[in-house]
Design a protein around this ligand. Structure first.
Ligand SMILES: [Ca+2]
Ligand SMILES: [Ca+2]
Ligand SMILES: [Ca+2]
Length: 202
């Protein structure tokens, strides 16, 4: 594991890392060029981005600046940070998403809430809320696709032609975001009722 506190230098050479944990630099408020991070994710890299860094004191807190600084990266994957800090500390976890398995609660610490700008594209989505606001979100870029729930054959709409690939996926035990209709983080028989409901509502 490589720990660096100089993101200015490292941001241009990300392929060196297996995964990246990154946020605004403290206390300078520096936010690196988002473009290398976007390219890193698109080429298969994993990034954990945290918000709520603020400055050296509450008087230098700049939540709108922090939200704006990460907007290119977040917008690329359908998200945006709120322009204020949420005062949220310990968050009870109800999510069944795999990244949160085994957790009853998770301490965040006064960050920016996160919104999903593309509710019809579940490749990027909120996985835990607090009072209706997004506090943790994921973007799953393992495969290209529409991100439309139920569109298992990835042709941009949901119809009966999505049934055979859905059944094939159930049999194979594979994963695809579009087939995970109950948004649990895996594809299994529990996804059948929601899949049928989506089909019938088309
Ligand atoms: Ca989305
Ligand atoms: Ca389809
Ligand atoms: Ca599921």
């Amino acid at each position: 594991m490589t720990l660096t506190t100089t993101i200015e230098d490292q941001i241009q050479n990300l392929t060196f890392f297996d995964a990246i944990f990154v946020g605004q630099e403290h206390p300078t408020g520096f936010i690196p060029d988002n473009e290398p991070l976007i390219n890193y994710v698109k080429s298969g890299g994993s990034v954990y981005l945290f918000g709520g860094v603020a400055g050296v004191s509450s008087t230098s807190a700049d939540a709108p600046g922090e939200a704006a600084g990460w907007a290119p990266f977040l917008n690329e994957f359908g998200f945006e940070f709120s322009g204020y800090y949420n005062l949220q500390l310990v968050t009870p976890i109800q999510s069944s998403h795999p990244v949160l398995i085994g957790l009853d609660s998770l301490r965040a610490g006064n960050g920016n809430f996160i919104s999903d700008l593309t509710p019809n594209n579940v490749r990027g989505r909120i996985i835990q809320t607090v009072n209706g606001e997004g506090i943790f979100a994921v973007y799953d870029g393992r495969q290209d696709g529409s991100g439309l729930l139920g569109d298992v054959n990835l042709d941009g709409d949901v119809d009966f032609s999505d049934i055979p690939p859905f059944i094939a996926l159930l049999s194979s035990g594979g994963f695809q975001v579009e087939a995970d209709t109950d948004q649990s983080g895996d594809v299994n028989f529990a996804d059948i009722p929601a899949f049928i409901e989506i089909l019938l509502n088309q």
